[in-house]
Design a protein around this ligand. Structure first.
Ligand code: ADE
Ligand code: ZN
Length: 347
């Protein structure tokens, strides 16, 4: 709950989320529950004494890699198809409560296949939760398979090839690129992204989170992405910023994540006003809600407290999120109508 008078409006505003790693919804409670169920030993470190100690450790990340080390360690508790289902279902329930109507969710198959988990267990578990979210909660979704950029490129190719059946039957809608950014430029993944394009998949990549603008331009030019995940360092190059605004490329910005991972000093220091003024399209997202202060609504609230946006500005942001979604024109119109209805109720 934020202190802004717009809080009730922000709760009701229909939201699209484009930047949420399903593994990043693994709460400390669920880590301990699944570790016990699956008899997986947790690391012998003070912050693994109990869920509270683990949550307290999340307040002290000093970089993206510091977070990723714990994030990957925690994933070791995910073993069965049902574990992946339970994780994704818990995300959709929380997202629905936050006013999400459409979610495009990332997952990291290599974090699981490298531990001997079949890719089918991961994808079948997740896709069961996606189907239930649509039928019971009315939340539509897309599944985006990410490649881990710190792993060798052939591993990305092997992952892509092993998912062929799920690509051909439409279960996987797009590919992404995540994990440690600096030192792992997007150009390394040109060939696997070309395969994804040839297979008719949408494409996105993390860029400009810790890395400089070359990680954004590299993703646009070499990977032919439709979106940039994070992209906050775009503000450092006004020419590229103009080009991205003209092209209409969506940035999927994660305000609380940026503060937790120290890529921004505060939410108020993010260039959101500059992006709005330059007509750079962006959506607001949670990234890893179990780690960075909660879900999408907390991110909307943090932005409102920092910027005090007007109803009109929020309408612009919410509609950009719809237009940047990988959904049909009919679904876009339905979501825009819902947004206009809520804005009119509060005007
Ligand atoms: N994987 C999960 N969260 C991430 C982030 N913020 N950046 C890169 N990879 C990630
Ligand atoms: Zn991310």
């Amino acid at each position: 709950m934020c202190k802004s008078p717009l809080h009730p409006f922000l709760v009701k505003l229909p939201k699209c989320e484009h930047h949420i790693h399903l593994e990043g919804a693994l709460t400390p409670q669920l880590v301990f529950h699944l570790a016990s169920k699956n008899a997986i030993p947790l690391p012998k470190l003070p912050h693994y004494q109990n869920p509270e100690a683990l949550a307290a450790r999340y307040e002290a990340f000093d970089s993206l890699d510091d977070f990723l080390n714990i994030h990957y360690a925690n994933m070791s508790v995910l073993i069965t198809e049902d574990d992946f289902y339970e994780l994704a279902w818990s995300y959709f329930c929380a997202a629905h409560a936050d006013g999400v109507h459409h979610a495009e969710v990332f997952f990291d198959p290599q974090s699981h296949t490298s531990r001997g988990i079949p890719i089918a267990s991961v994808i079948k578990g997740y896709s069961r939760a996606l189907a239930r979210a649509e039928s019971e909660l009315g939340v539509t979704s897309r599944l985006i398979m990410c490649f881990l950029r710190h792993l060798p490129v052939p591993s990305a190719h092997a992952t892509f090839d092993s998912a062929t059946g799920f690509i051909q039957d439409g279960t996987i809608h797009g590919v992404g690129l995540d994990s440690s950014e600096v030192g792992f430029p997007p150009e390394l993944f040109t060939d696997v992204f070309r395969k994804a394009k040839d297979a008719g998949l949408h494409r996105t990549a993390h860029g400009g989170e810790e890395g400089d603008v070359s990680y954004i331009t590299g993703a646009l030019d070499s990977l032919e992405v439709d979106r940039i995940d994070h992209g906050i360092r775009l503000i450092e190059d006004r020419e590229v910023m103009k080009a991205i605004a003209a092209k209409g490329t969506l940035l999927t910005i994660c305000p609380l994540s940026n503060v937790y991972l120290r890529t921004a000093k505060s939410v108020a220091s993010l260039p959101l006003r500059e992006f709005l003024e330059a007509r750079v399209q962006f959506s607001l997202n949670s990234d890893d809600p179990a780690y960075f202060g909660g879900g999408i609504l907390n991110n909307y609230c943090a932005v409102e407290e920092a910027f005090g946006f007007s109803l009109d500005e929020w309408k612009t942001i919410a509609i950009a999120a719809v237009q940047g979604s990988w959904i049909s024109e009919a679904r876009k119109s339905a979501l825009v109508q819902k947004i206009e209805h809520v804005v009119s109720q509060f005007t």
